[in-house]
Design a protein around this ligand. Structure first.
Ligand code: GLN
Length: 614
């Protein structure tokens, strides 16, 4: 087994994850089988209990592991399937060492950070690296390890010590260290500054790790003299100093690394020169070119809770992007904070309310992603109602599916107090209920998690077609509540169609509204299995429907009568715009309601490319 370790220096947020994934992709394109491990030096056992608002999304794996979002980057770039053990945290390591101590495995010895914790880290890496992750048999050839945090953090010290020992354990020729660093440019003089990198390399060496390759983040390409200086002061060959300058989107990074022959430097270090081939990135390059040239926008309103931190919905954004690139449209995501759509905001902050509704109405499609807790739920319900009544393509994921069902029960069945017991434990009409197997006392790892099977119940429904008429699909889950099985027949009699169920037939997995151009809710998270070039089917369905030129149909054309009719809730609180007058869903003739179309995020968190967030 060969190892590539990726560390980061100077500041956090340099894009170590993307760099590590890109290195992995480059090696894979050279004919090697690649796996990856992410080390997170925090104390949490896993990312499951961490707020997406602080830490970005919780990524879910097939085996139900709730892990750091960087594992999503690895899975997407390398098209592999990782396990929970591929994400090492301080919490996991200490837990395993303490368990061993309780069992008496240390034979009376004093248990210490060195050697017990550091040994545990090394053993863990060695064992996990052997797991095949690409569907083939036998161990992979190379394991890319990303060490989270920045060199010098107190928390990462035991890992650095462990990795220093590990490089010695596996021996030279089997270990290559890529250090990602920052070369800032001082505006006043416009000079690329090497000092921060020099310091961080010195720190790395002081801790027992020797960098073989320097990957320098900077706004522009590094000047030759700057590279030479870095080479000289950091004791790294000139050919091993690589620039990672700003690019339009992250799909360029593997190409940037290849163009600077980073793979050759790695192969030399790992004695792989005779084994590896020239990297074949033809398909990747073609797709990147398409992405670069997209002009015609497709606007998706993302109605969520954590709209101030894009990373909270990273995989959803990537899945939307994958689908948009296949549909040759430029993705524009309009962030709508769900609470802004609500009545209460109308009273407290009419401007915010108006702006939110304007965005919703300017969208070609609406997406309500997963979420927890009651804040903004009413706003999400209004968004689902708006999409349903106005024939706007709608995709509801997990909570987005549950609220679509609640909305239908309220509006169409007239069950005004229909709710989820998550938001109203005392509701008389529990439309969404706590799953029997859940735990109400422990939060970590107690949800219905990971890959579960969904069987299609109806052959000619939209979602079955999107999944190539498969009879079943496997998708990842992360939820505590489910649609109440006792309400299914009433909902179906009223027009909803539960077209996908689990093996027991009593757990609802996919809901559709027949007669609507695209109205689908899924209990699972299709975003976690979307890949560049292989977009997740529900996302492809949403974007395809959103791109379709459409004459605006009268509301409620699906034949169901809303109990609320066209009253207060039907078109954004009677602000004078009848949904029927809306004419901007022609696919290309609409006016953008705000922001620059050059940006993927058109509002809220500023003009940042979805893939430019290093
Ligand atoms: N809060 C809901 C549940 O636990 C939805 C979860 C989600 O959207 N991931 O079932």
């Amino acid at each position: 087994m060969k190892y590539v370790l990726v560390t980061g220096g100077v500041v956090s947020g340099l894009g170590k994850g993307v760099t590590a994934s890109s290195i992995g992709l480059l090696l894979k394109a050279s004919g090697l089988r690649v796996t990856s491990i992410k080390i997170d030096p925090y104390l949490n056992t896993d990312a499951g209990t961490m707020s997406p608002f602080e830490h970005g999304e919780v990524y879910v794996l097939d085996d139900g592991g709730e892990v750091d979002l960087d594992l999503g980057n690895y899975e997407r770039f390398l098209d592999i399937k990782l396990t929970r053990d591929h994400n090492i945290t301080t919490g996991k390591i200490y837990q395993s060492v303490i368990e061993k101590e309780r069992r008496g495995d240390y034979l009376g010895k004093t248990v210490q950070v060195v050697p017990h914790i550091t040994d545990a880290v090394q053993d863990w890496i060695e064992q996990v690296a052997e797991i095949p992750v690409d569907g083939k048999e036998g161990p992979p050839d190379v394991c890319v390890i990303e060490l989270g945090g920045t060199i010098g953090d107190i928390e990462s010290m035991p890992f650095i010590e462990a990795l220093g020992q590990f490089s010695y354990r596996v021996g030279s020729g089997n270990f290559c260290l890529v250090h990602v660093s920052l070369v800032p440019v001082l505006n006043v003089v416009g000079e690329q500054k090497t000092k921060p990198t020099q310091h961080s390399v010195r720190q790395l060496r002081g801790l027992g790790l020797t960098p073989h390759i320097l990957a320098c983040r900077s706004s522009k390409e590094l000047e030759e003299s700057v590279k030479a200086k870095l080479s000289q002061f950091c004791h790294v060959p000139l050919s091993n100093v690589v620039t990672l300058h700003d690019v339009p989107n992250i799909w360029h990074i593997p190409l940037l690394l290849r163009d600077q022959k980073a793979h050759e430097a790695i192969f030399k270090e790992l004695n792989l020169t005779s084994v590896a081939t020239e990297p074949n990135l033809e398909e990747w390059t073609a797709r990147t070119k398409v992405y670069d040239t997209l002009k015609e926008p497709v606007r998706i309103a993302m109605v969520g809770k954590y709209t101030s931190l894009s990373d909270a919905y990273l995989s959803v954004l990537k899945a939307l992007l994958h689908a948009s690139v296949v549909c040759k449209r430029k993705l524009v995501v309009d962030w709508i904070s769900a609470a802004d759509l609500e009545d209460a905001t109308y009273k407290e902050d009419p401007e915010a309310h108006k702006a939110a509704w304007r965005l919703l109405k300017g969208a070609n499609g609406v997406l309500v992603p997963g979420g927890f807790g009651g804040r903004g739920v009413q706003g999400k319900i209004l968004a689902a109602k708006y999409a349903r009544e106005n024939n706007i393509p709608y995709l509801g994921i997990c909570l987005g599916m549950q609220i679509a069902v609640i909305e239908y029960a309220r509006s169409v069945l007239g069950l005004h107090d229909a709710n989820s017991t998550e938001f109203d434990p005392e509701t008389k009409t529990p439309c969404v209920i706590f799953m029997p197997e859940g735990s109400k006392t422990h939060m970590g790892g107690t949800m219905r998690l990971g890959s579960r099977r969904t069987y299609f119940q109806v052959a000619d429904c939209k979602s079955a077609k999107l999944y190539n008429n498969a009879s079943f699909i496997d998708a990842r889950h992360r939820h505590r509540y489910e649609v109440n099985p006792d309400m299914i027949s009433r909902l179906e009699n009223a027009g909803l169609s539960f077209v996908g169920k689990d093996e027991s037939g009593s757990r609802m997995e996919i809901v559709e509204l027949p007669g609507h151009p695209f109205f689908i809710g899924v209990q699972f998270h299709p975003e976690f299995t979307s890949r560049p070039g292989k977009p997740s089917p529900p996302f492809l369905g949403l974007i395809t429907a959103a791109c379709e030129p459409r004459t605006v149909l009268p509301a409620l054309s699906n034949g169901h009568t809303s109990k609320f009719g066209n009253g207060k809730y039907s078109n954004g609180y009677g602000n004078g715009h009848s949904p029927m007058l809306r004419a901007h869903h022609s696919g290309n003739g609409f006016k953008p309601s705000n922001g620059s179309l050059n940006a993927v995020y058109a509002n809220g968190i500023g003009p940042v490319y979805v893939d430019g967030t290093w």
